[in-house]
Design a protein around this ligand. Sequence first.
Ligand code: BV8
Length: 232
Amino acid sequence: MSSIRNIVILTGAGISAESGIRTFRASDGLWEDHRIEDVATPEGFAANPDLVHRFYDARRAGALAARPNAAHLALARLEKAWQGGFLLVTQNVDDLHERAGSEALIHMHGALNSAWCGACDARHRWVETLIERPACPSCGKPSLRPDIVWFGEMPYRMEDIYEALNDCDLFVSIGTSGAVYPAAGFVRAAREVGAQCLELNLERSAGSAWFHETRLGSAGEVVPEWVEEVLR
Ligand code: BV8
């Protein structure tokens, strides 16, 4: 690992699975109960806001009740011990990385514990429900929506992410199926700048062929093992 200076890590729903948070595309996945179009698009929200609020209110409560697992904790340990550049980009909307101690963290698909006002554009930390259309703390209007990047919406902080990818020597993808863009394309950007690319996942992802190495297993086991190896 001597030639490695800057690390970029991408995580997906698989890293939170062992914390009891459902993934999207497994057999018991979230998308089994709901059509993506109905609950994770602006059109779906406009058509049936109650359905969408119920979907995110339930996930917000579930995420707050969950605990970080060994994989989240290992990544926080790596960040503190690492001397070079470090960025953790997550597609997840739970706050388990923060609660494990991660700080150099970007939630590119938004966060369940944030509400975004459609009237005044303010964002507020939010841990309750939104179904009752509570007043926005800034403007008082009942216009709060989940601060989540839906399909067709631009993920957050893409410039910061591509800047980090352009400088990285090691790109590690953990617990993601590689089904959703632009996140699924990050490994290609990393390869283009000559970074070492490692995938840690329960099964091969759609983008597996782009990685130099894939280690199969559950994040709670494979991630701490890998972190110990890097820090040795
Ligand atoms: C954009 C918030 C452009 C919601 C999410 C064709 C038609 C229409 C659109 C498109 C298209 N082609 C591309 C697009 C764009 C679209 C897209 O990619 N669609 C896909 C479905 C084809 N992307 C977008 O719309 C994005 N925006 O492109 O904007 C633009 C340009 C200019 C101006 C404006 C806009 C926005 C994408 C973000 C959508 N929002 N999340 C919510 O969370 O409720 S995406 C959603 O999927 C989640 O964020 C999730 O993180 C993400 C990816 O899923 P994964 O995290 O990978 O989870 P998954 O269940 O799929 O996989 C879990 C993996 O873990 C599995 O591999 C499993 O094996 C593994 N695993 C399970 N257990 C464990 C484990 N691994 C280890 N240990 C375990 N224990």
